[in-house]
Design a protein around this ligand. Sequence first.
Ligand code: ZN
Length: 284
Amino acid sequence: MINIFNYDYQYGLNAISSIDLFLFSLIFLCIGSFASSTIYRLSLIFSEDNPNTNLLFPRSFCPNCKTTIKLIYLIPLAGYLIQKGKCNSCRSNISIFYPLTEIFFLFVGLVALNAYGISIFLYFLIFITYLFYVLFYLDLKFYYLPLSINLLLVITGFISNVFFNMFIDDLNYLFNLNSIQFSSLGFLIGYSSLWLVNFVFKTIYKKDGIGGGDFVLFGAIGSMFGPFSLGLILFLGATIGCTLFLFLNKAFTKEIPLGSCLILGTVFYIFIKKYELLSMFIVI
Ligand SMILES: [Zn+2]
């Protein structure tokens, strides 16, 4: 069965017409712009600075002078360049985070387009990148993993596997799991393993060691990549977490953003699976 690890698309970007390439690049930039706006708005809701904000209303405004931003300046990258990185009303600097996020999504989008062409896998990968990016940043900065984004990730995990077999690899067929069992077991094992670690920690130290958002996130990763992926992803995530703690212990003295580490671990996992980096160590 075809999945994202063995899908063989050989034509690359050459097979895509220049009009499509232009339109897709524009869409990727817009998704990047939407991602930074999602992050900004969710952080406002989280810090209760402005609880009336939602993802679409009010229209985008300058964080400093609160002036509504003109439509022309909302065009990804171009808006930033036309304004030369400064708000048009109050001249305060616009964070470089906005254009960088847009460029990041353009880059990931083009890599995915090159690897998968215009296919359902491309759409899923871009959407998953969007969800992961928002969670990664919010956890890194605020230790906050919004339930709404986590749940979208769980639903995406189930739909991508049950209808499109997206992440179900051959190892899974050895155990005769169907796609619903694959995603459900992944979710349950992911969620309950971190819950259990926290339960033991709480019994000993009388406080939470891991946040509830991390359980759901690891469950969501399980619903996507299945039960057999979780050990390696947790190992990679924990290694990244320990490295952060050792080398950046000024920035993370009290808490490690476990969610961000798990997301990075998952990204490494995808590369390991896609390019069979572990095959020299494991003989199946
Ligand atoms: Zn301003």
